[in-house]
Design a binder for this molecule. Structure first.
Ligand SMILES: [Zn+2]
Ligand SMILES: [Zn+2]
Length: 282
């Protein structure tokens, strides 16, 4: 069963448990974030983003491409850390031979800071995350151009004439729409401070159990809830989606701890990507 939350104007749906599986979809951006488990209803999405190649984030890729073939879909775009490109291509070639089917993708290798257009005014910028393997986070951005204030009074024909003449009368503005940050040390909040300003922030929170130390989370290159709470004042996001919880606690225990421990002001903006009750999927 998929979990689904509404985060500002965006729907974030999918499944995520640390070390087990993570695959999310944001339909409004037409993106799939990681492919640690093949999800039928994600297969038609044309853009897949890999944060890194740990199995809980990447091992469902071949199956997802297999489902695409059933749907008659061609090669999707696969955005991934540049260091992974040749290995992922090689792995997909082997899978293609094994399964006697095409596993073709259009890879888009990314380095921290790289920006790629995604159509209309939407762009993606890769940023560095802190994990023991090549890894990236992704910030989705809308770039809008607006008439500079000093030209606001110009009549439309004059604006058109100046634009045609190549005059610089427009200013570009960037809106940080949604950021995806997993798996990483909390240090990512220092190296990518724009995360505090992204309208929606989807971020891992592997450890929420106060019996587990922050140092333990750091040793595993993951985030601890205490580290988010310590910076509670800095989050200016409209919504924060927490995911990638450790399976050492059940979904209800995770929810209860978040309710008890997140400070007011932050709690009401947090969306928990976990089942409402029962057990983790599978
Ligand atoms: Zn993971
Ligand atoms: Zn990982």
């Amino acid at each position: 069963m998929l979990n689904e939350v509404q985060a500002g104007p965006y729907t974030v749906r999918g499944i995520s448990v640390g070390g087990v599986y993570t695959s999310l979809q944001v339909p409004e951006l037409d993106v799939v974030l990681d492919a640690g488990i093949p999800i039928r209803s994600f297969a038609g999405t044309e853009r897949i983003f890999l944060s890194h190649a740990h199995p809980d984030h990447a091992s469902g890729l071949g199956s997802l491409l297999g489902i695409r073939r059933l749907l008659g879909k061609g090669a999707p775009q696969l955005f991934l850390p540049a260091e992974l490109e040749s290995s992922v291509k090689e792995a997909l070639q082997v899978l293609g031979r094994l399964h006697h089917t095409s596993m073709e993708v259009h890879t888009v290798p990314m380095l921290p800071g790289d920006v790629r257009p995604l159509g209309h005014d939407l762009h993606v910028r890769a940023f560095r995350t802190h994990h023991p393997v090549p890894s990236l986070g992704y910030q989705f951005i809308r770039r809008v151009t607006k008439l500079r204030p000093e030209f606001h009074d110009l009549p439309p024909q004059e604006i058109a004439r100046r634009r045609k003449a190549g005059e610089d009368i427009f200013a570009a503005r960037e809106h940080l729409e949604l950021a995806y940050a997993t798996d990483s040390l909390a240090k990512v909040l220092e190296t990518e401070p724009g995360l505090f300003d992204s309208r929606v922030l989807v971020i891992e929170c592997t450890f929420v159990d106060p019996k587990r130390s922050v140092q333990d989370a750091r040793d595993r290159a993951h985030l601890h809830l205490d580290e988010l709470i310590a910076q509670a004042e800095r989050f200016r996001n409209e919504a924060i989606v927490l995911m990638h919880f450790s399976q050492s606690l059940g979904p209800q225990e995770v929810r209860a701890l978040l309710d008890a421990r997140l400070p007011p002001g932050l709690r009401e903006r947090v969306r928990v990507l976990a089942p409402d009750a029962g057990r983790w999927f599978g």
